[in-house]
Design a protein around this ligand. Structure first.
Ligand code: HEC
Ligand code: HEC
Length: 460
């Protein structure tokens, strides 16, 4: 098991080792450092040394991490091709989580204490691809189109059949008559103007421009400790929130120290940001404007404003830039849901019996609506689901599986479009989320009830 405190300290150690092996007297080993909230500002190793050290451990870390993923999940591609995301990608079907040597029936009878004692919980917190190292990490479906997002030291971990559409549909609250405006195109600085000029007002167009403009970030910048081969101008908001939705890109939350306690976080969709009141899985910032400023100044640099200063943070002007960006984000509508009526509930004339039964369970026996009420299926609040009732606090590949704490109730409108699920993506499919809440709430749902809840959520 991993016990490293901080990827950067480990890196310095490896670099010193490499230098010692090479016999260079130029750089001596730095003295042992105490654990600190701050990252190293005065980088005393060169880009080549960092790249050599990181490349040397890359394959081993990837193997370790994929072993963990494969032991927890069946990652094979199961897409019956009957249900699709709004952009046309088939929806993956689960549950994917493995039950370690017990049948579903045996497992469903166990108490939380027994599950914890026997180490059987299928949905433990998920570590980042290299948790001790951290940073932003992008799936191949985006790095293939935008090679500037390739990290030399890390490849994306979750297979692409569990990720959203590569170029998600865009629906505008102001022009529902247009349907999907993106039409399979990934919106970037190269095409945003020709696609949106004439559809948006100039402020919104300028907001969109800023959302597709690169700004420096911890791993993507021009300094020697970047994780890109060439110096980088940085990342754009839409590199993760692809087309205002998500491509499943992940990073480590900036708010928590030390490193092993930081959560892996999956990019949430920005669709429906206009009806939400809390932003961030745990930060609970109160406006999109605040989150936009915070994301760039804080989250981009691991919550370390000293790092931000060194790497060239781009300070957005509140009145003319942050507001414009937020104005565009507020236009991002949910995908059409033809089976929902004006109250956001199922239209009994259009829905199938299993979907209607799923809705009745959602509002009744399964108690989902306690936290996910219609029409948008969020209470705009936070809840502590106390998942730690089911697992022991211990290290897993550089991450401490600790308490999640209170997490924002993510909304469920359009939920079929945004796997994987939960703040860290530990549930790869909707079936897994039903299994998760079946356990969390100790519901003891039957297989048919579980299937109907999934059928209902696919309508949202
Ligand atoms: C590395 C990918 C990445 C980039 C780049 C990125 N975000 Fe995010 N964004 C995330 C993640 C992950 C979260 C969830 C944060 C959390 O859980 O606390 C998030 C959350 C948000 C939220 C709150 C959503 C919610 O449901 O609470 C907003 C708004 C947002 N981002 C806007 C932006 C803007 C504006 C930019 C550009 C300045 C940006 N993001 C750049 C990954 C990214
Ligand atoms: C006590 C409140 C509560 C109840 C009850 C509840 N949820 Fe949730 N739900 C949450 C919270 C909080 C999250 C975010 C948890 C996280 O990210 O770790 C969430 C997340 C989800 C997600 C993933 C959303 C995303 O964007 O990743 C799905 C799907 C979901 N819930 C479905 C259900 C279903 C189905 C039920 C009923 C069987 C249910 N929930 C019951 C609070 C609740």
């Amino acid at each position: 098991m991993e016990t490293r405190q901080d990827g950067r300290l480990a890196l310095i150690g490896i670099c010193s080792f490499l230098v010692a092996v090479a016999g260079s007297p130029a750089i001596s080993a730095p003295p042992e450092k105490a654990v600190s909230s701050y990252g190293p500002i005065n980088q005393d190793v060169t880009f080549d040394q960092i790249k050599t050290a990181r490349t040397a451990v890359k394959a081993g870390r990837a193997r370790e991490h994929m072993e963990l993923l494969n032991s927890r999940y069946d990652l094979s591609k199961k897409i019956p091709g009957e249900v699709f995301m709004s952009g046309g990608k088939p929806i993956p079907v689960g549950p994917t989580a493995r039950l370690q040597g017990v049948t579903r029936e045996q497992f469903d009878r166990l108490t939380p204490e027994q599950i914890k004692e026997q180490g059987l919980f299928p949905y433990k917190p998920l570590p980042f691809a290299d948790h001790a190292e951290g940073g932003m990490l992008f799936p191949a479906m985006i790095t293939n189109l935008l090679p500037r997002l390739v990290r030399f030291d890390l490849d994306f971990d979750v297979p692409e059949h569990f990720l959203p559409d590569p170029a998600p549909a865009i629906y505008l609250t102001t022009r529902p008559d247009l349907g999907d405006v993106a039409k399979g195109r990934l919106i970037t600085i190269d095409n945003y103007y020709e696609i949106f000029n004439g559809l948006l007002n100039p402020k919104q167009l300028e907001g969109l421009r800023l959302l597709v403009t690169q700004f420096p970030q911890q791993q993507f910048n021009a300094t020697e400790d970047r994780r890109t081969d060439r110096p980088s101008l940085g990342v754009t908001c839409f590199d993760c929130h692809a087309n205002g939705h998500t491509n499943g890109a992940s990073h480590l939350v900036g708010d928590i120290r030390p490193q092993e306690f930081r959560h892996r976080i999956e990019t949430p969709s920005l669709r429906g940001i206009n009806i939400q009141r809390l932003f961030g899985s745990q930060r609970a910032l109160k406006t999109v404007e605040d989150f936009t400023e915070f994301e760039q100044r804080g989250a981009y640099f691991d919550g370390d404003h000293c790092m931000a200063a060194k790497k060239g943070v781009n300070v957005l002007e509140r009145g003319s830039q942050v507001h414009f960006m937020a104005e565009f984000m507020a236009l991002l509508d949910f995908p059409p849901a033809p089976k929902l009526n004006i109250y956001g509930t199922l239209d009994s004339g259009k829905a199938r019996p299993s979907e209607l039964h799923g809705e009745a369970l959602f509002n009744g026996k399964a108690r989902c609506s306690a936290c996910h009420p219609a029409p948008y299926y969020t209470d705009n609040s936070m809840h502590n689901l106390k998942a730690e009732r089911f697992y022991k606090q211990e290290m897993a590949n550089g991450m401490m599986m600790a308490h999640d704490g209170s997490i924002k109730t993510f909304l469920l409108r359009g939920i079929k479009d945004s796997p994987p699920y939960l703040h860290d993506g530990r549930c790869l499919t909707l079936e897994d989320t039903v299994e998760y809440f079946n356990l969390i709430q100790q519901l003891r749902l039957t297989p048919e009830e579980k299937a109907d809840l999934v059928a209902f959520m696919r309508c949202l």
